[in-house]
Every structure is written in C-alpha cells, then in structure tokens.
Design a binder for this molecule. Structure first.
Ligand SMILES: Cc1ncc(COP(=O)(O)O)c(C=O)c1O
Length: 355
C-alpha cells in the first residue's frame, strides 16, 4: 500500500528532556517531546503530522473504547557509543502491525506513513534515547478506531499514532512463572497471533491472581487441553532441553515475536539444534526431574531475555539451574546487546540507522 501524504512537523518550543535522567526512568511512564499522528477517513489516509506530545481529543462514544478495534506494536531504538541511533528490525513491526490491522478489520498503514513517521519522529527525539548498557527508547505505534458512534461495526475513521518513552530494564530480577490451566489467553481462530489490545486486557485478572501467589508472570497453555505451553506475558517461551533449543511452534494462538525469530536465527547461526514444535508440560517437568532442563526464558522486545528461575504447576515449583550457568540465554542476550550497540557484526542487517 502506498501513500503520498506529506508529514507536517510542529516542533516543541522547548524540549523537556532536561527534566529527566533518561538513563534512569521507570518503564513506560515518561514520554518524549513529540508524537506522530496520521488520520484515516473517507477510505484513505488524509493527513500526517508530528506535534508536541499531548492528550488525545476524543468523544466518549469513540468506537475503540467500546468495541475494541485497537492494535499496537512495541519496538526499540538504541544508541551506540558513537551516539548513533538505530532501530531493531522495524520493518518486521510494520508488517506485523498490518497483519493485526487486517484481522481487526482496520485499514493497513502504508509503509511511507509507518516508516516515514517513525524515522522523522526518532530523529527529532534522538536526545531521549538512553545511552546506558541496558537502556533504549521504547516505541509504541498504535492504531485506533475513532468513529463517534455506538453500534457494533468496523469504524470508518482511524488514527495511527506513535509515541515513545525512554526505558531501562523491564524485569529487575529473573522471574518465577505460574502455569495457567484455568483461564486462557487465546483460542484457535481467535486473535492471539496479532497484537489486539483486548488480548492484554483479558490476561490481567489471571496474572493478578498469579502475582498474589508470588509469581511475576503466567505461562499460558493451549485452550483445549491445557497440556501444551504457549507464551508468557508479552514474551515467547524458550527452553534448552539437553542442549537443544526448544520453543512452541507458531500458531493461531501465539504471537510471532521478532525477538523469538532473532534468537532462533542466532541459535542456528551457532550450529545449535533448534526445534519449533508443540511443547508439553509433561516434557518440561520430566526434563526438570532428570536434570535435562538446562534453561527456560521468555523473549520479547520489552524484556529482551527474561530468565525463568521457577515454573509453578499443580502446587509444585520446578526450580531451574542458576542463571550464571545458562550458556545459551546469556550468550544470546549479550550478542543481541552487542549487535544493538554496534559492537558486533550485524550479519542479518537487523539494525536500521536513523541518525
Ligand atoms: C503476547 C506476546 N507474545 C510475544 C511477544 C514478543 O514479541 P516481540 O519479540 O516482537 O516483542 C509480545 C510482545 O510484543 C507479546 O505481546
């Protein structure tokens, strides 16, 4: 899809960046100077602009609020030691956003608008990109239905917006996860494989219950039998079982994570055995009992690599080996950081330099 919409830029009079220590802010709470907005009506993208970050003017009847036509993406920009700013695999986020749009009966965002707006915005707000080892600028593109109308139907008008915020580590510690066998995140034929806002809303109550029991996250299982593991929070799941990297195969109910793909690519580059297939709880538990469950971790943009130290299931905690002993996840974590910070060869051309 192409577009010839010109991006109008209205810069902030005085940057707010000096009010924060961008290398030391809580995740998702402090927003950069500018935002990008594109508006869709009458069957086409009409205007696109960058403005100082501000509240959204909207009706209480705005359809996204009532019928859930709301999708989003999550991606990051990194600053290397020379002060250059680059994005990690932004085209993959662009493509996934449009896959979500199609599934939710929303208009696709043209590449010129998504990538053009993104590059322009990051250039303008480059001073907000942290330079610390684990810091990055978290980027949140999202698309929402904006019709002022009650009545269940696809909206005729939409806004595509990008906002950004400096971010440090998502989890400060390795995590304990609880296997969920009562509530479900996604069903066959549903929207689990796209980034629909409702997927996250429905996950909050069961996650709250898990947190009350002392776990940070849940492991979602398949909706029919609750015997196969799927994902955890906003992360795909990976295991190293007896030296083989094992991860649930992508399906209707699993989001195709960009970090997941990157981690599997590195594993294959390093000549490791990689298996993408159904992974049963029974297999995980048996591997743990005979000492063959070497590593378990979540992978995603926000957390990057989140080591799992215990998996709770049926009243029992399956403990994992010490984080320091985990060869693969530690190496992959370091390698991704080195690629993002331009210290390692970017063999797969994952980084897109912005400025
Ligand atoms: C449900 C879910 N699974 C997996 C992921 C990981 O995807 P990515 O690596 O593209 O961030 C995310 C985050 O976007 C997510 O929300």
């Amino acid at each position: 899809m192409t577009s010839t919409v010109e991006i109008k830029v209205n810069k902030i009079a005085k940057s707010r960046v000096g009010e924060y220590d961008v290398n030391n802010v809580p995740f998702g709470k402090c927003f950069s100077d500018h935002m990008f907005v594109a508006e869709y009506s009458d069957g086409k993208w009409q205007k696109a602009y960058i403005e100082p970050y501000a509240d959204i003017p909207m009706s209480y009847a705005m359809s996204a609020l009532h019928y859930g036509q709301a999708i989003f993406e999550g991606m990051k920009a990194y600053k290397n030691e020379k002060g250059e700013v680059s994005l990690f695999r932004p085209t993959a986020n662009f493509q996934r956003m449009n896959k979500s749009a199609v599934r939710m009966a929303m208009p696709e965002v043209p590449e010129e608008i998504f990538m053009g707006g993104l590059l322009e915005l990051i250039k303008l707000d480059k001073d907000w990109v942290p330079s610390s080892e684990t810091g990055s600028l978290y980027i949140r593109p999202f698309l929402i239905a904006t019709d002022e109308a009650i009545g269940v139907k696809a909206s005729d008008t939409y806004k595509f917006v990008i906002i950004t915020c400096p971010a440090g580590k998502y989890y400060s510690e390795p995590i304990r996860v609880l296997v969920e066998t009562n509530y479900i995140r996604a069903v066959e034929g549903g929207v689990g494989n796209v980034k629909a806002a409702g997927n996250y809303g429905r996950s909050l109550y069961p996650t709250k219950l898990a947190q009350q029991k002392g776990y940070q996250q849940e492991i979602w299982t398949d909706s029919m039998t609750h015997s196969f593991v799927e994902e955890s929070g906003t992360m795909n799941l990976m295991f190293v079982i007896d030296g083989t990297v094992v991860t649930p195969k992508l399906s209707d109910t699993i989001l195709a994570g960009i970090t997941r793909d990157s981690v599997l690519t590195l594993a294959r580059d390093w000549g490791m055995n990689v298996e993408e297939r159904k992974v049963s709880l029974k297999e995980i538990e048996e591997a743990q009992q005979v000492g063959k469950l070497n590593e378990a971790f979540g992978v995603g943009t926000a957390a990057t690599i989140a080591h799992i130290v215990a998996i709770g299931h049926n009243g029992k905690d399956y403990e994992l080996p010490a984080v320091e002993a985990r060869k693969f996840s530690n190496k992959v974590d370091q390698t991704l950081r080195d690629i993002r910070k331009s210290r390692a060869e970017d063999k797969h051309k994952w980084m897109l330099k912005v400025i």
